[in-house]
Design a protein around this ligand. Structure first.
Ligand code: KG4
Ligand code: ZN
Length: 326
């Protein structure tokens, strides 16, 4: 078995997975959303303190697995350094005291493995990663073979939902509230489609966000119409750029992962693309879309099988990571 720890942002989570079957034997997550919501975003110092409280609480529930652990895994990149630190410290202490190897997992690759909990991996696969910190199109060809087709020049898709929600006074995280409000509204606010005249495959959300700010300041639109128009355009931009990548690389498998992959309007648009281009479409189970340790454990199983271990004296925290370009 492998025990995995996730503390890269505002969710504290620990999971235990059986190596052979990839089955989850234990999984618990404590979310800090409520504590951060009054600030309209994640406050790193507060997040770090809450992880320090929650991690030992969850870990104490996993003691029965300790004699069976073959490795301990932890998210070491990317994320907030003060919160990553909490998980990494605990993982190092476990690695030393139980005398088992340590595995440092890239959180973004973890999101890809949210597709494969209890299952074998499927590859090659084109992956649209939409989380709070990232918007990327990746080509996935195994745990140590991931390249980047596109990324964002500024805000991420999820972050733009958080910022628009904040402007509308709807709290944090913005994704689920905007999605709900959008269902009651109409797409009547004119917003720009970013980068449509450039031939590159890349994302940008600052233009839509600023146009939304101006529309709010105009004061003539209802909140639900702003939400509906914003969501429509934000998704249209994802579809527009994904189409370019799909035409170029012609994937047979395509997945959407990350916190924002929970968005049903987004899933609907990609169902249409799947019919148009004939690829197989995948998303994680709803409960594994947002940050969790199950996906970290699943990625760690692949790393364990390939002996991708880190020395507990050397494993570093990396707030940012770069993928090789495809
Ligand atoms: O992957 P995740 O849980 O954390 C990070 O790794 O960042 O993603 C969180 C992000 C937040 O920005 C949140 O607003 C967004 O995912 N999100 C959504 C939805 N649910 C969560 N965005 C759009 N629609 C949703 N239904
Ligand atoms: Zn995440």
């Amino acid at each position: 078995m492998i025990l995995a720890i996730e503390s890269s942002c505002d969710d504290t989570s620990i999971g235990v997975m059986e190596i052979k079957t990839k089955k989850l034997l234990f999984h618990k997550k404590i979310s800090q959303e409520l504590e951060h919501s009054k600030y309209g975003g994640v406050v790193p110092e507060l997040a770090s303190r809450l992880h320090a409280e929650a991690l030992p609480k969850i870990l104490s529930e996993t003691k029965e697995f300790f004699p069976h652990l073959k490795a301990v895994a932890v998210t070491n990149a990317p994320g907030l350094s003060v919160t990553l630190q909490e998980g990494v410290m605990m993982a190092k202490a476990l690695s030393i005291s139980l005398n088992i190897p340590l595995i440092g997992v890239n959180h973004l690759i973890g999101h890809i493995y949210s597709l494969f909990i209890g299952k074998e991996e499927i590859k090659p696969m084109m992956v649209l990663l939409v989380s709070g910190g990232h918007t990327k199109i990746l080509n996935f060809n195994g745990i140590n073979d991931v390249c980047e087709i596109a990324t964002t020049l500024d805000d991420s898709f999820g972050e733009s939902f958080d910022k628009v929600a904040k402007m509308l006074g709807l709290g944090y995280p913005g994704g689920p509230v905007i999605e709900k409000l959008a269902q009651k509204g109409q797409d009547i606010v004119k917003l720009p489609l970013p980068l449509k005249n450039s031939s590159d495959i890349k994302f940008s959300y600052s233009g839509i966000k600023n146009a939304v700010r101006l529309a709010i300041e105009e004061g003539k639109y209802k909140k639900e119409d702003i939400a509906a128009s914003f969501q429509k355009k934000a998704i249209e931009h994802l579809v527009f750029m994904s189409k370019r990548a799909i035409k170029k690389y012609k994937p047979k498998n395509f997945a959407i992962v990350g916190g924002a992959s929970a968005n049903l309007a987004l899933r609907d648009e990609f169902e249409k693309l799947s019919n148009e281009f004939g690829f197989k479409l995948f998303y994680p189970e709803m409960k594994y879309t947002s940050d969790n340790a199950a996906m970290i454990a699943r990625a760690a199983v692949e790393m364990y099988n390939k002996k991708m271990f880190s020395d507990y004296k050397d494993l570093k925290i990396m707030p940012r990571v770069e993928f090789k370009k495809c």
